[in-house]
Write a protein that binds this ligand. Structure first.
Ligand SMILES: *Cc1c(COP(=O)(O)O)cnc(C)c1O
Length: 555
């Protein structure tokens, strides 16, 4: 039973009555807060959240000093659920805001440039509230009606941005109950799983007496097709969700084969061709299930040469999936959409709504070039999703789910492509400015220049640059640089003013030096070049305060 003040049994303020859960109070919690006091508490906080979100977050979220996870977790060890309500609604809300929120992370801060999670346009909270209040379940028409229809429309709108088919195409498919231009799923991970699921079932489709991989499983499917292995090819910068996908789909995550990247962190097409050719000659019973091109790698924001990958896929009849979880919305910018050219030739595309569409957590989407392809994953159930129904749950990995489409559709109306274009352009342009600033400062080395709005750099003092030129001690110096960048990143995070994340860049060969770098993701429109300069200043200060500055240390 949840605790709410509607559960308070006695109206008398004098006697501190125990809170009880009974039938009468249970009915009330479905309707309204009982007392004026609790209503006041709700209004007080909701008013701030609804109309002063930015200020509210600055004042309440992530404002405490760093406290270790171990310390924090000691406070949360009681595993009993009270039989009767423990607290009134007002108290619970106050606790959430005054005691929990300060230990959460203020991802909306313009100084928080470490991850793909950032500030939201304030109206997202309003839209999310409306979606929660309507509580539609888009799995089927009987629990969503017009919302399912709007979902098909917004899927077609984004499909059009990606694939740019003609009017006749969209008129034919926008509300076609038998076809699927795309699906909303939980997140980018499940979007990637969905795309490979569809590709797998389309490849190992029913033929002769074989009823298809979905029905009979991989062992039978491999025999039916006379193969012994499926593989998926992606650059070595592929997101680990693809490994999960290969695991879940029974392909085996060892069979996700990493392709080398070039000096710009894009898939090396020569290496891709070599691997494809080698697979054909050396292992004729291996089939390539899909090649995945990345439009915005998670670590460096690089975009694979999508057109060249499309050529190879078409030549070999292989499914071409583009993981544009991060970079998809770049298509909304007239200035930068060319960076993703070739995406329109993909068979399937992943895009995350909660990344560069600036939607609240979480919203994944997968799109299909051919709206008949998802037939390969069609399901029916007697009580819902009946044969011949037009329910959206028929060809989707998700079961019950919220109407994220209403949030996206409303936002597209509020922003227009130009609005999103401006956000995207701010991120990319600021990243380029930031890269120039890093190049200017002798203490730093830009390790991956931005292609989109992500870049990496590290601390690399002039003295070390000279020393590393000598072949003998490059590895030792590199280790030292790694330790320094790691320390500075940690100290900056602990100081609590700004946050830049950290990752390790690895070369194509096992023998290549691993470089620990700062990773900076610029998506908050309030993150300006002067804020980024402050972040660099702070890193310089931290470095100079380290106990053993690099210059004075000897090997
Ligand atoms: C974020 C991301 C994913 C995974 O998305 P989630 O929504 O976190 O599951 C997949 N691929 C790329 C390239 C990403 O950036």
């Amino acid at each position: 039973m949840i605790a709410t003040d509607a559960m308070a049994a006695s109206p008398s303020p004098k006697i501190r009555t125990q809170l009880v859960a009974d039938r009468e109070t249970l009915m009330r919690i479905f309707i309204r807060p009982e007392s004026d006091a609790s209503r006041q508490t709700l209004v007080k906080y909701m008013d701030q959240i609804l109309f002063g979100l930015h200020e509210f977050l600055t004042r309440h979220v992530g404002v405490t000093q760093e406290i270790s996870l171990k310390e924090l977790s000691k406070r949360f060890t009681d595993t009993h659920i009270g039989q009767h309500p423990e607290r009134k609604l007002a108290d619970v809300i106050t606790d959430l805001i005054e005691n929990i929120a300060p230990h959460a992370v203020n991802v909306a801060s313009p100084y928080f440039v470490g991850h793909m999670t950032s500030a939201l346009p304030f109206f997202m909270v309003h839209l999310k509230t409306i979606v929660a209040a309507l509580n539609q379940n888009v799995i089927k028409l009987e629990t969503s009606k017009v919302v399912s229809i709007i979902e098909k429309q917004v899927l077609a709108k984004i499909h059009r941005v990606i694939f740019q088919k003609d009017d006749a195409f969209y008129l034919k498919y926008v509300q076609n109950p038998h076809t699927t231009l795309g699906c909303f799923v939980e997140d980018g991970t499940l979007a990637n799983v969905s795309a490979l699921w569809v590709a797998r079932n389309a490849l190992l489709a029913p033929h002769n007496n074989f009823r298809g991989v979905e029905a009979e499983g991989l062992a039978v499917a491999y025999r039916a097709y006379d193969i012994d292995r499926l593989v998926v090819l992606v650059s070595r910068l592929g997101h680990y969700s693809l490994k999960k996908a290969c695991g879940v789909l029974g392909i085996g995550n060892q069979n996700l084969i990493p392709i080398d990247v070039d000096t710009n962190n894009r898939m090396d097409i020569h290496h891709l061709k070599k691997v494809v050719a080698a697979l054909h000659t050396n292992t004729p019973q291996t089939r390539i299930l899909a090649v995945v091109g990345i439009a915005g790698t998670t670590e460096t924001g690089s975009v694979d040469p999508l057109g060249a990958i499309a050529d190879i896929c078409h030549e070999h009849g292989v499914h071409f999936h583009v993981d544009a979880a991060w970079g998809g919305p770049v298509l909304m910018s007239e200035k930068y959409r060319h960076l993703l050219s070739g995406i329109e030739r993909a068979d399937s595309v992943t895009i995350d709504g909660h990344k560069q569409f600036y939607m609240p957590m979480t919203c994944g989407m997968v799109y299909f070039n051919n709206p008949d392809l998802p037939d390969a994953v069609e399901y029916h159930a007697g009580y819902v999703i009946r044969q011949g129904s037009v329910d959206l749950g028929r060809k989707s990995l998700s079961g019950s789910r919220e109407a994220s489409s209403l949030i996206l559709d409303s936002t597209l109306k509020i922003m227009g492509t130009r609005g999103y274009g401006l956000l995207i352009e701010h991120g990319i342009d600021t990243a380029h400015e930031f890269a120039d600033e890093i190049r200017k400062r002798p203490l730093f080395e830009l390790t991956t220049p931005p292609e989109l709005n992500i870049l990496t750099y590290r601390i690399h003092p002039p003295a070390a640059k000279e020393r590393m030129a000598g072949p003998h001690d490059a590895a030792t110096w590199n280790k030292r640089l790694n330790a320094i960048t790691r320390s500075v990143q940690q100290l900056q995070r602990e100081a609590g003013k700004s946050f830049v994340s950290r990752t390790t860049l690895r070369g194509n060969n096992a023998a290549d030096m691993e470089r620990v770098v700062f990773r900076c993701v610029i998506m908050n429109p309030m993150t300006t070049i002067s804020i980024l300069r402050e972040i660099l200043d702070e890193q310089e200060n931290i470095y100079h305060q380290l106990d053993i500055p690099l210059e004075s240390s000897t090997l």
